[in-house]
Design a protein around this ligand. Structure first.
Ligand code: ITT
Length: 195
């Protein structure tokens, strides 16, 4: 089944292409479909924002399944920041700048308090309009400097054990990530449905 990924984030789209292929879905980006829309994410939760994005793109296509992802990094020592504002943290316009801001805010936080988690909420709309949601989380710690070249976003400062997410291969990250876990749950729900 063709599945339109309602996202403009190249990192996410790449991960969905890898994650979805074993399940027989052909992931195509909204850009591939000629949709330039970037809906305003004015919800208060990951769930609300994922639904906003999925519904906005679904309204532009006919008869196609759509998947949207709202995700972010939740840091305990910062009261949950950047959370749903991860993509616009500090009003900054690059992953590098947002990561630097996060490290600055965490500069005096001791090792034991550097716990954080990535959250991903997937909202999928089937061609007939049925909607399904699944959440995945992955716990880790915020490092002291960016390390690794892989992945995207905050991956270089998110420590999963001894390595940052950016030091993991795509397969290693997908096996444990918030996105991989959310998708696993979504597939379980889909299995029990009449498609
Ligand atoms: P779309 O809304 O177009 O999908 P976006 O980047 O604005 O793209 P979000 O609003 O969901 O998406 O923001 C998610 C941000 O959280 C993203 O920009 C990254 O900075 C961060 N993030 C999410 N998943 C991540 C991951 O697997 N690794 C690193 N950073 C991640």
């Amino acid at each position: 089944m063709k599945l339109i990924i309602a996202s403009s984030n190249k990192g996410k789209i790449k991960e969905y292409s890898q994650l979805l292929s074993p399940f027989g879905f052909e992931a195509v980006s909204q850009k591939d479909e000629g949709i330039e829309l970037s809906p305003e994410e004015n919800g208060c939760t990951f769930e609300e924002n994922a639904a906003i994005k999925a519904r906005a793109i679904f309204d532009c296509v006919s008869g196609c399944a759509v998947l949207a992802d709202d995700s972010g990094l939740v840091c305990d020592a910062l009261g949950g920041e950047p959370g749903i504002y991860s993509a616009r943290y500090g009003g900054l316009d690059s992953d590098k700048a947002r990561t630097a801001l996060l490290l600055e805010k965490m500069a005096y936080v001791p090792d034991g308090d550097r716990t954080a988690r990535f959250v991903c909420v997937i909202h999928m709309i089937l061609p007939d309009g049925r909607e399904i949601t699944a959440r995945g989380e992955c716990g880790g710690k915020i490092g002291y400097e960016p390390t690794g070249e892989n992945g995207f976003g905050y991956d270089p400062v998110f420590m999963y054990g001894e390595k940052s997410f950016a030091q993991l291969s795509a397969e290693e990250k997908n096996a444990v990530s918030h996105r991989g876990r959310a998708l696993e749950k979504l597939m379980e729900i889909l299995k029990g449905m009449d498609l």
